[in-house]
Design a protein around this ligand. Structure first.
Ligand SMILES: NC(=O)c1ccc[n+]([C@@H]2O[C@H](COP(=O)([O-])OP(=O)(O)OC[C@H]3O[C@@H](n4cnc5c(N)ncnc54)[C@H](OP(=O)(O)O)[C@@H]3O)[C@@H](O)[C@H]2O)c1
Length: 315
């Protein structure tokens, strides 16, 4: 029996849908039924229900965005750093392997391979780097699972949310058997205020940068496949291979959805942070080749994006 935590959330509901589609036996647990954030309550539940695998899609995401986490730091820390540590200890005590939904937002920028050397660039909006992105240059590399987070409390600046997500990964490391599944900017064909493609359509002005992103159903399916294939435990970047600029996403939205509006862009980071955002935002390129190397199949980002827009379901 699989135990799913956080099924009431945006990512958790996608896990529940995919588990049902696969005919897997699972139990969804909400804090209002059993307070699974408490070690003894969770351990008791794992033992009483003979849980064979646990999926943690619970956590604290700021709503409507990460700025909200700056106003509830205790809640953010509890949900994103202490909760995975508690789950790790309970799963270890009950001998249950598990998977944790983490985030790619613990990185900023990309790696650049030039003149036989690889360096990290945190700001990919610099004109020379942006040109490499536009040209889809092979010099632009994503962060892989061996890279140390560079948008965290140990490598400032970062948002409080990102800092706690990086701490969560540290807090569970080395305890029992687990997967860390890094999600990044979820999107799909279902119009929803949590969907990146819906957000882009509703922003007054768009912030242009480059990111790897995760199709929600592709993400949960890939995560479940790591367990189904018995891939080695550890960290996996679970993004659709490749990356997109926000400008490209807007062009695709215009092409497929023909919205009755003209998109405008923030002219600079200074303007964006002065008016639309408070805490720093992570924008980053992720390398998902480790996921592919263990046999998990996941569409490229261009195909997933186009398919979502072709099958767009307005709210
Ligand atoms: N959505 C994104 O853009 C995104 C991107 C990257 C990573 N992630 C990660 O994916 C996970 C799920 O995100 P989501 O978007 O599905 O979140 P969500 O819609 O807010 O749902 C999260 C669920 O977690 C449970 N929960 C447990 N402890 C909590 C706490 N202290 N505060 C708030 N909720 C708590 C709640 O379920 P019950 O109360 O019913 O138990 C809640 O429904 C999180 O770890 C998040 O960091 C999300």
């Amino acid at each position: 029996m699989i135990l799913l935590l956080g099924a009431t959330g945006y990512i958790g509901e996608a896990f529940a849908r995919e588990l049902m589609r696969r005919g897997e036996k699972f139990i969804s647990l909400s804090r209002k039924d059993v307070d699974y954030t408490r070690f003894d309550a969770l351990l008791g539940f794992l033992r009483a229900n003979k849980i064979s695998f646990l999926i943690n899609s619970a956590g604290y995401t700021g709503k409507p965005n990460v700025d909200a986490c700056e106003l509830d730091k205790a809640g953010t820390l509890l949900g994103n750093a202490l909760l995975p540590q508690t789950i790790a200890h309970a799963c270890f005590a009950a001998n249950v392997p598990w998977g944790h939904v983490s985030s790619g937002c613990i990185f900023a920028g990309a790696k650049i391979s030039e003149n036989g050397k690889v360096r990290t660039e945190k700001d990919m909006t610099q004109p020379a780097l942006h040109a490499l992105v536009e040209a889809k240059s092979p010099k632009v590399l994503g962060f892989d699972e061996n890279d140390t987070p560079n948008f965290s409390f140990r490598d400032l600046p970062c948002s409080f949310y990102s800092g706690t997500k990086a701490l969560g990964e540290e807090a569970m490391a080395g305890i029992g058997q687990s997967y860390v599944w890094r999600l990044r900017i979820p999107f799909d064909e279902f119009d929803n205020k949590r969907n990146y493609l819906s957000k882009v359509q509703r922003y007054a002005k768009v912030y242009d940068n480059v990111n790897s992103i995760s199709h929600r159903a592709d993400f949960v399916s890939a995560c479940l496949d790591t367990w189904k294939l018995r891939a080695p435990f550890g960290i996996y970047n679970v993004t659709n291979p490749g990356y997109v600029t926000t400008r490209h996403v807007v062009e695709q939205i215009e092409k497929f959805l023909k919205p009755p509006r003209k998109f405008e862009y923030w002219t600079s980071d200074a303007e964006f942070y002065q008016i639309a955002a408070k805490t720093p935002r992570s924008n980053c390129v992720m390398d998902s080749s480790k996921l592919l190397s263990v046999g998990v199949k996941i569409r490229g980002v261009e195909e997933a994006l186009e398919n979502s827009l072709k099958n767009w379901k307005p709210e």
